[in-house]
Design a protein around this ligand. Structure first.
Ligand code: MN
Length: 283
């Protein structure tokens, strides 16, 4: 199932070129009182809401996908985790590690660790990216995003799939410079997630997805998730050895070679097989 959020906080199920409005299902979520939970209630409730979503998708109002304004499919993630360099070709681009073997490369990644991006930087495909520092170099990083489905800590790699609600395309936007990653990658609008969430049952092998990003029609990054140094299971094992992961937490899995600058007015088109394609404008 392809789940999106659109327009004025509507919930939708994507079918072909249409979005079916299933917002009515949100009334089944538990009413929360202050203090609010530190996880996303919709993603936490997804397994039990599935029959109601399927039913609502048969009867809801239909709109053309091209007529809706797409928001981030997860509204309230507790945290946005991100892997640093996680493809051998980009590691080579970023550091002098060409000579290292696979195990040593993973050690290099683990030395840097998983970092966090501010939740306030989260943005949907139709909302676009706004450059706050256009005089500096601002880069696109296309990445597969894993949406965590249930709470866990010290999750073993072999069982990591049980903790995945689904997948989206992510843009880990970055301003280059000396500041901490968490600051340079947390500027408002710098964590684009979309165009929707594809539930995990639709993607049996997330370790074999083609990924591209074009900027103004020019191919900038192209990879397959088979080339991830730390695969999704390993990333969840590593992350959850530091953080309790919660439903709705987002995990950016790292970007391949070819990151490059964008300018106001640029049009980024990111695509991952099995998920779809999202167009994101730069302002
Ligand atoms: Mn990244």
């Amino acid at each position: 199932m392809l789940i999106c959020r659109f327009d004025n906080e509507r919930l939708g199920v994507v079918q072909g070129e249409s979005v079916v409005d299933v917002t009515s299902v949100l009334s089944m979520l538990p009413a929360h009182r202050y203090p609010l939970p530190t996880y996303d209630p919709l993603i936490a409730g997804l397994p039990s809401l599935r029959p109601a979503l399927e039913d609502a998708a048969r009867h809801g109002e239909r709109k053309k996908l091209t007529d809706v304004h797409l928001l981030s499919p997860v509204a309230n993630p507790g945290k946005i985790m991100a892997a640093p360099v996680n493809y051998a070709d980009h590691l080579k681009e970023a550091t002098d590690t060409a000579a290292l073997n696979h195990g040593k490369k993973i050690e290099e990644i683990q030395k840097v660790g998983i970092f966090l991006k501010a939740n306030s930087s989260l943005q949907g495909a139709s909302q676009g990216v706004r450059l706050e520092h256009p005089q500096r170099r601002n880069d696109h990083e296309v990445e597969l995003v894993v949406v965590i489905g249930k709470a866990g800590r010290n999750i073993e790699r072999a069982r990591a799939h049980e903790y995945i609600a689904g997948y989206s395309i992510g843009l880990d936007m970055t301003v280059r410079g000396p500041e901490e990653r968490s600051m340079r990658k947390s500027i408002d609008t710098f964590s684009v997630v979309g165009p929707w969430l594809v539930t995990a049952d639709e993607i049996p092998d997330p370790g074999r997805l083609d990924m591209t990003i074009h900027v103004n029609g020019e191919l900038r990054q192209q990879a397959n998730t088979a080339d991830l140094l730390m695969d999704i299971g390993a990333l969840i094992e590593f992350s959850s050895s530091f953080y309790t992961v919660q439903p709705g937490d987002l995990l950016f899995t790292g970007t391949p070679a070819g990151v490059g600058p964008v300018q106001p007015g640029d049009c980024m088109v990111a695509e991952i097989s099995g998920i779809g394609r999202m167009q994101v404008m730069v302002r």
